[in-house]
Design a protein around this ligand. Structure first.
Ligand code: ADP
Ligand code: MG
Ligand code: MG
Length: 953
């Protein structure tokens, strides 16, 4: 029904059917609009149907269209399938002309009202049907309003209103070149056509693009008898919600304007009263409205947003639709309605969107403070809610400055720009929020802010930025560089000054917890979390994680007290490997050599053995130290996840990531060599923070003596520099990393596996239920996995034998190279689990390096629609998704019980989770903070698929 009648028409029909007081009317379907859009003309037969419709309204109302004795007035209201508030047009009071206005005055004994209605018609008709700039009418109104005692439009006398009508008519004549049409039928015809045209207006098209509403739906046009809220103090108009749309509280909520017509409420011309005030001043109407509200909510089983008008003490309902609500209200009303038995729990789960959960877990403005700011008149403007979250900070117009303040001085900054470009990204990175005056939901600012998880209000056209003056204006107000500004990316609101933000507390979100509990019952996939440290694991469990999908061991290497040990290991490893190989070769040669040759070889071996022994001590010694530390880490995380699986990934990044940067070392070595004769040179030449830190380091190394420090440090830094040089790679992303490292330096991964199993065995002895799963990264060929697994599983068994304990464990691999996905059947023979590392899989499938791509061209690709979205945020269905699908089916063919999940960031993205659900993954793993979102999204994927199935039948 909504397809044809539009939301508004369907709502009116439904309310009429329910016996509610709705002014009589009829609806011209969306088909007529589409036909109009195609041909530019009304479809044949439409006029005749309109006549029939008008006749039926005349019958129901006893009035006649164009009859001065008893005139019928109508509105023509647009209304598409999906509500597009304020995007399309409505014309009120059609049917008034120089004669009927007099008739209306007599009939109602209310001159003032009749002329007020007429002036409204002329300006609305002029604006909407004839595209006259509304300011032309407003100026006249303002001038004459200013002459009244209070300056309010309700004070205008009939004489003044007559004068306004006369002036409006002459504006109309001068702009259109014709007189305002006096034939009601012509007014009606033109208004209907204008409503159809408004579907194709720029505003409406932009809105549909942003909200992903198809352009071929068309709008319906509702022709309806006018009822009047502007007939005196016993009349009025308002909007009401069946529940509070910002908190979700179960109470009639809304606003009411006495003696006014519909558009006045929306236009914000006068400050409306709260609905609650009607309870005392007008108990009868309040009671009726309450009953209607309950009836409609029961009928639609959702919050309703209603428009009503009271004409001389009689309530009329003019619209009902699902109420837009905040995240908090969405969760609360869904849970409440399920508890009240109004909806099923599954429906409640579907009513809340994953973004609502994101919003509830983002910093947000204190609602009370926001309301107070509004009362104080600090609300500046509303733009597009381009990226959610609340932010408050100093205004800066300059990305360089934003970077400096945000990064170096750690001050909160709101970057304000007319629009942003790739040249501004460095400033955006260090801002707390972004505000732009131009640009839509896919503008550069919006895309980048969403990518960075930064609050952003875009396209806030009301602000006028003057870069030279370092200020922006909104109407009369001026906001200067350095002033405090608060933006709400969730609602699009912009405020002057500071509004306190509330940091979310999951524990206290009781309704959300209830809802997620229901979601858990509805979903198929498990939700795991990526956690490197016990504290992350603890948080993940609190959020409801059912396992750890990725524990990255190398993060443990980066801690400052461990780095020296890691350096020692990395320095010793290549040399150890070289000397070991050389020794092995010599020993083989010596076997077959004779006489002098043999003696020579033996001498060489003798010389090399102590070198080898010392390297062995250094290498194994550092590995042992690291092993001890890692064991403690694993004890922590496995204990935290008692009873749940923990996937531990063996070392993955290239070794040079643990070493200082080549350029930095080179400079330091050069400085040290130069300062050998003149140590003070170091101090004199220190310019930056880093330089001074280096001086401190040298001083410390020399026990307070610079000279001694230089002599001590120089050889060490030189060795480090050589090591860094040796490990430098042209293309590290595709270099010596992942399982390639473990194969090249098996001692490292053996150490890690030993630490894992020692930790697991110790815990098991303490009756802690542990389930470690060992994950080998970056496998591309099955033989890589075979090689590593053989060595590592042997070590695992050795530890368990030694400790006399068996633990439940798995060996598996990450799938992050297309070749692994393509040969998943071979690989599955040697893996008990797969985990999609979709960050690398996306990089290797597209051939992008993420850091370079996102920094240089990828976001531009998205803005220019070369890519539909950032594939690092939402899985690329057609490419990466296809590889995943293939991988799952090949893998499961060989090993039916293969455990498969995803551990890339995509595991927390609702659209990607839907894909994972389709492919049949066992779990999604994401950052602890995304776990609640993933729990809901996984339930949605399942429930939606079910709905789709039943609809197919
Ligand atoms: P929108 O979709 O922009 O809200 P509407 O079609 O609902 O546009 O109309 C705008 C305003 O005019 C609303 O406040 C509505 O209640 C009021 N209105 C529309 N038709 C009538 C009518 N027949 N009688 C009285 N008020 C009306
Ligand atoms: Mg409306
Ligand atoms: Mg990877």
């Amino acid at each position: 029904m909504r397809d044809l009648l539009g939301g508004k028409g369907a709502g009116l029909a439904e309310m009429t059917r329910l016996g509610l007081p709705v002014p009589p009317g009829f609806t011209i379907t969306t088909k007529a609009c589409n036909s109009y859009s195609r041909s530019g003309r009304s479809p044949p037969g439409l006029l005749k149907q309109v006549e029939v419709g008008i006749a039926s309204i005349e019958g129901a109302s006893g009035k006649r269209f164009g009859d001065p004795g008893n005139p019928l007035l109508v509105s023509v209201r647009s209304g598409a399938k999906f509500s597009m508030p304020g995007m399309m047009d409505t014309v009120l009071n059609l049917g008034l002309n120089d004669e009927t206005v007099e008739g209306l005055a007599v009939l109602t004994s209310n001159d003032r009202f009749a002329w007020d209605s007429y002036r409204r018609l002329i300006s609305m008709f002029g604006r909407i049907v004839k595209d006259i700039d509304g300011r032309a009418f407003e100026a006249i109104l303002d001038r004459l309003k200013a002459k009244t005692a209070s300056g309010k439009d309700a004070e205008l006398t009939t004489d003044v209103l007559r004068q306004i009508v006369a002036e409006f008519k002459s504006v109309y004549r001068s702009k259109v070149g014709k007189d305002f049409p006096q034939t009601p039928r012509e007014q009606l015809r033109e208004a209907i056509a204008a409503v159809f045209r408004s579907w194709s207006g720029k505003r409406a098209i932009d809105y549909r693009n942003f909200n992903k509403i198809p352009h071929d739906l068309g709008t319906a046009a509702n022709v309806q008898m006018m009822v009047f809220g502007n007939m005196g103090s016993d009349s009025g108009t308002g909007v009401a919600f069946t529940r509070n749309p910002s908190t979700g509280a179960k109470e009639l909520f809304g606003e009411y304007l006495p003696n006014a017509q519909g558009e006045d409420v929306v236009a914000g011309i006068r400050t409306p009263l709260r609905i609650l005030q009607l309870r005392d001043s007008w108990p009868d109407i309040y009671g009726q409205l309450g009953r209607v509200s309950q009836l409609l909510e029961k009928h639609y089983r959702d919050i309703q947003d209603m428009e009503f008008t009271v004409e001389r003490g009689k309530l009329w309902m003019l619209q009902t639709r699902a109420g837009k609500r905040t995240a908090q209200a969405a969760v609360k009303t869904a849970v409440d309605m399920a508890k009240e038995g109004l909806i099923r729990r599954e429906e409640a789960v579907l009513r809340v969107e994953p973004v609502h959960v994101v919003q509830l877990l983002l910093p947000r403005f204190d609602e009370g403070a926001k309301t107070a700011a509004r009362k104080e008149g600090r609300e500046l403007a509303t733009g597009l809610n381009a990226s959610p979250g609340a932010a408050t900070g100093y205004v800066s117009f300059d990305p360089d400055e934003a970077e400096k303040l945000g990064r170096d001085e750690k001050r909160p900054v709101i970057l304000v720009r007319v629009e942003t470009s790739p040249d501004d990204v460095h400033g955006m990175l260090h801002a707390k929020g972004i505000l732009t005056a131009r640009g839509g939901a896919t503008s550069h600012a919006a895309v980048v802010a969403r990518g960075l998880g930064l609050p952003c209000v875009a396209g806030c056209e009301a602000i006028h930025i003057d870069y030279d003056a370092q200020e922006f204006r909104v109407g009369e107000k001026v906001v200067r560089h350095g002033d405090f500004l608060s933006i709400d990316g969730t609602s699009g609101d912009v405020f002057e000054g500071r509004i306190p933000t509330i940091d979310p507390d999951f524990e206290r979100e009781e309704d959300l917890q209830t809802l997620l509990g229901w979601a858990d019952g509805a979903r198929l996939e498990m939700v795991w979390a990526n956690a490197d440290y016990p504290r992350d694991a603890q948080r993940a469990r609190k959020f409801g994680a059912q396992g750890i999908g990725l524990c990255r061991t190398e993060h443990m290497f980066f801690e400052t007290d461990r780095l020296p040990v890691v350096h020692e290991m990395i320095l010793a490893a290549p040399e150890y490997r070289r000397v070991t190989a050389r020794l092995k070769a010599l020993r083989a040669e010596v076997e077959v050599a004779k006489n002098a040759k043999r003696a020579d070889l033996e001498k060489q071996i003798q010389l090399l053995e102590p070198v080898h022994a010392s390297l062995h001590r250094r290498y194994m010694g550092s590995l042992d130290k690291l092993g001890d530390l890692q064991r403690q880490d694993f004890v922590g995380i496995l204990r935290e996840m008692t009873g749940l699986p923990v996937i531990i990934r063996l070392i993955d990044p290239p070794l040079h990531e643990f070493l200082p940067r080549y350029e930095v070392l080179l400079v330091q070595v050069t400085k040290l060599s130069m300062a050998r004769r003149d140590p003070d040179l170091l101090v004199r030449s220190a310019r930056s923070e880093d330089d001074r830190a280096f001086v401190d380091e040298v001083q410390e190394a020399g026990g307070g003596d610079l000279g001694r420090g230089i002599e001590g440090l120089l050889p060490k830094k030189e060795t480090l520099l050589r090591a860094v040089e040796a490990t430098r790679e042209a293309n590290p992303m595709l270099g010596l990393r992942g399982c390639r490292l473990g194969i090249t330096f098996p001692e490292i991964t053996v150490m890690q596996v030993r630490a894992i199993f020692e930790a697991a065995c110790a815990l098991k002895k303490d009756d802690v239920d542990v389930h470690p799963e060992i994950m080998i990264p970056l496998v591309g060929h099955v033989n890589e996995l075979k090689d590593q697994r053989a060595a590592l599983e042997a070590e695992a068994r050795a530890v368990m034998n030694r400790k006399g304990v068996t633990v439940d464990y798995k060996f598996g691999t990450m799938v992050e190279i297309p070749r692994a996905a393509l040969t998943a059947d071979e690989i599955a023979r040697h893996a008990e689990f797969f985990s999609f590392g979709t960050n690398d899989l996306t990089q290797t499938t597209f051939g992008f390096s993420r850091d370079d791509a996102e920094g240089k061209f990828l976001l531009d690709y998205v803005a220019r629609k070369i890519l539909p979205h950032n594939p690092f945020q939402t899985l690329d269905r057609e490419g990466v998704g296809q590889l995943m699908r293939l991988c799952v089916s090949k893998g499961r063919k060989v090993r039916a019980e293969l455990e498969i999940g995803i551990c890339g960031e995509h595991g927390g993205d609702p659209a990607s989770i839907e894909l994972c659900h389709e492919i049949g993954l066992d779990y999604v793993s994401c950052s602890p903070f995304r776990v609640p979102v993933a729990r809901l999204a996984a339930a949605h994927a399942k429930l939606r698929a079910e709905v789709a199935l039943t609809e197919d039948r």
